[in-house]
Design a protein around this ligand. Sequence first.
Ligand code: ADP
Length: 440
Amino acid sequence: MKKKINTRLVGIAILAVVATVISITIVYYSFFEGQIRSDLEISAKLLKDTHYFESVNVDTDTIDLSTDIDELRVTWIGADGTVLYDNDARPEELTNHANRPEIQEAFEKGSGESVRRSDTMNMNTFYYAILLDNGTVLRVATEAENIQSVFLTALPIILAIILVILVVCVILSHMLTRQLIAPIENMAQNIEDIGTNPPYRELVPFANMIRQQHADILSAAKARQDFTANVSHELKTPLTAISGYAELIQNHMVDEAQHDHFITEIRKNAERLLSLINDIIRLSELDRNEEEQFFDVVDLYDVVGECMEGLGIAADKRNITLSFEGEHCSIRANREMIRELTDNLVQNAIRYNNEGGHVWVKVRGGVSPTLTVRDDGIGIPEHEQERIFQRFYRVDKSRSRETGGTGLGLAIVKHIVEIHDAKIEVHSTVGEGTEMKVTY
Ligand code: ADP
């Protein structure tokens, strides 16, 4: 960045110098040219006013202007264009001048001028011709450097100025960039410190974004750490139990009567391990492939209905009455996920219910179709209602474990709800029951 600013500043300076030099040269040259023309005009008029060339029978041999006015070439042209006198050459050697633009103009309008490139490199010849009263034309001419030559003459000076400016610019831009960048570097070093305000107003959104991302990364890392710790703990409990029971059996410390009980415990814990691992795998799948889910138009009523068929046995086991009603309605969804969501909600409604309790499942259509799972079970205390969607959060730990809960069901539900851009609401009263409502 520093290098970029430096080179750009130097570039701008060079550009400014070159542009200034070019425009000054052009302006200066046009003044210079104007001055030459006016000098020539004055000289021509002065010579005319002497009426010297109009005196009859002027003996051209006696005219000698060459010595006095060396810079000025004077040519006298007759009415037919023949050169009568030239202070720089013998008139006989010169061709007819009638077709020269300044001469033609002088014959027509009384005076004429023109500029021609000289034989000498980089020089221009300026001509001014004036018609004399006797019909002849007097022309004065002088040579001057052309604009390229003026520019080339000035080039070494220009280059020297550019060099000086370049050095000054490099020093200045170094100082300037250091001054500009120092606060940014300082901010970068203290990005976490909210007390350090961004040095420039333009950097506020950038700093806020970086800070937000930083906070998100930290909280994601913390969540991952917590999750790993929780997973390890959750896996350890059933594994320790399995290992302990197996050891007791191996050491013949379990009598015949308790044998079956121990084997059942081993199996229960193994099943718990399996459901835990299944839920963990499912969560990490949902974490990974959010964009790759296959969405289809599905009938919510049909999908929930299919799911309910499989839940009858679980409800019967706890003597719970399941009821399902509603209307057909279409939503854009992943069929498998909707089954999973329904299964989790209804399983919970059965699990956290009382013997002989009820579970009511309803599907409503309309602009935003809804799925409601209501039970008259134990309920969830108000202050815990938000936390139940966190991974491994359980209100009633022992009941959850006893009934095969993993503490991950509602975390999976929340994920599915988010993937479908849906919304989930909890209404619950301890001792009266719970209602979970998903709106698509
Ligand atoms: P679990 O596998 O333990 O059921 P969930 O993530 O599905 O885990 O639910 C988290 C916790 O929320 C449960 O442990 C339970 O305490 C509470 N919960 C969920 N659904 C209900 C419900 N219908 N009635 C009462 N408590 C519930």
